[in-house]
Design a protein around this ligand. Structure first.
Ligand code: CO
Ligand code: ZN
Length: 327
């Protein structure tokens, strides 16, 4: 589990995926036949198969995480910012954030907004502001930051700022060494998912696969008063049927379910009413691509403390490997 911790701790907001990409590339060294980084920064690891009827299968997990970007530094050195991806203000006030250059800050809120759900433009970042000059010396417009906080793994539970989607990256890396070389597998670590699935479309266009599977987190319906949803933490890998961005290919979805049954891998079926994944962009690329999804049931998505079950993550690895080896 050290690898999961390591991946989750790295700062990699959308558009600034260099550190996480380099880490994944180093981790995959010697485990695949070809490594491509495209113009947008998508990382594609290729492992070739040799079955006469082999298929080309793309597996996508996004590398980026949500964050914030500096848009203005005021005369006292307080920083105003925009969201990068689905940042919710209720998760921000009082939080610590970490800039890519290592500087830490605290998110404050204008006094009159304190008792309501604050608007993003009423929040500011304080990096120990004493003057604009001192802050300008270390932070500039366009600098990005992400939530900070240690990744904690205790028994079957993992808590981290970026299980979305470093848990997915971890699953792809672990699956890489379980492949039987039947099919051509394109393990694709995409960029800019959190700002609108931008990397996945370009990657799917160039890979041009027969099938694609997106691996990402999904919501759960098992916390107090949660919106009705059948997915539960700890109940196995979630096989995506639908989310707001995709209706999964029926053949592929059923194949994934039958593969889970055949191999006694715990699974559940997923309909996520809100939110989407790379699958949403991939399936409408080129003339259309048969696409499915394997998801990690995750509580508190896009908060600084996303929570998932290690046994679910392991089930996703088993299921993804079996599907890629048997499809
Ligand atoms: Co997300
Ligand atoms: Zn995600």
């Amino acid at each position: 589990m050290e690898l999961l911790k390591h991946l989750a701790q790295i700062s990699g907001p959308s558009g600034a995926e260099d550190m996480i990409r380099n880490t994944i590339k180093a981790e995959a060294a010697g485990k695949c036949d070809e490594v491509i980084t495209d113009a947008l920064g998508n990382l594609i690891l290729i492992k070739k198969g040799d079955a006469p009827n082999k298929k080309k299968i793309m597996v996508a997990a996004h590398m980026d995480e949500i964050g914030i970007i500096v848009k203005h530094i005021d005369k006292n050195g307080f920083i105003r910012f925009c969201a990068v991806g689905g940042v919710e203000t209720r998760h921000l006030v009082g939080r610590r954030i970490s800039f890519l250059n290592g500087i830490s800050g605290v998110i404050g809120c204008e006094e009159e907004e304190f008792n309501k759900k604050p608007a993003l433009d009423k929040l500011f970042i304080d990096v120990g502001a004493l003057s604009a000059e001192k802050v300008n010396a270390k932070i500039k417009i366009g600098d990005m930051a992400v939530f900070c906080g240690d990744t904690v793994i205790k028994e079957d539970t993992v808590i981290s700022k970026a299980l979305d989607n470093r848990a997915g990256c971890y699953i792809l890396l672990k699956t890489l060494s379980k492949l039987n070389r039947k099919n051509d597998i394109y393990m694709t670590f995409t960029v800019q998912e959190e700002v609108g699935v931008r990397g996945a479309g370009a990657a799917a266009y160039s890979v041009e696969p027969d099938y694609a599977i997106a691996v990402d987190v999904t919501d759960t319906g098992d916390t107090p008063n949660a919106p009705v949803m059948d997915v539960q933490m700890g109940a196995g890998a979630a096989v995506k049927i639908m989310d707001r961005s995709v209706l999964c290919d029926a053949y592929l979805r059923n194949f994934i379910i039958e593969t889970a049954k055949r191999n006694n891998i715990p699974y559940q079926t997923e309909i996520m009413a809100d939110g989407g994944t790379d699958a949403g962009r991939i399936h409408i690329t080129r003339g259309g691509i048969k696409t499915g999804g394997i998801s990690i049931p995750t509580r508190y998505i896009h908060s600084p403390s996303e929570m998932a079950s290690i046994s679910d993550i392991n089930a996703c690895i088993e299921l993804l490997a079996a599907v890629l080896n048997e499809l």
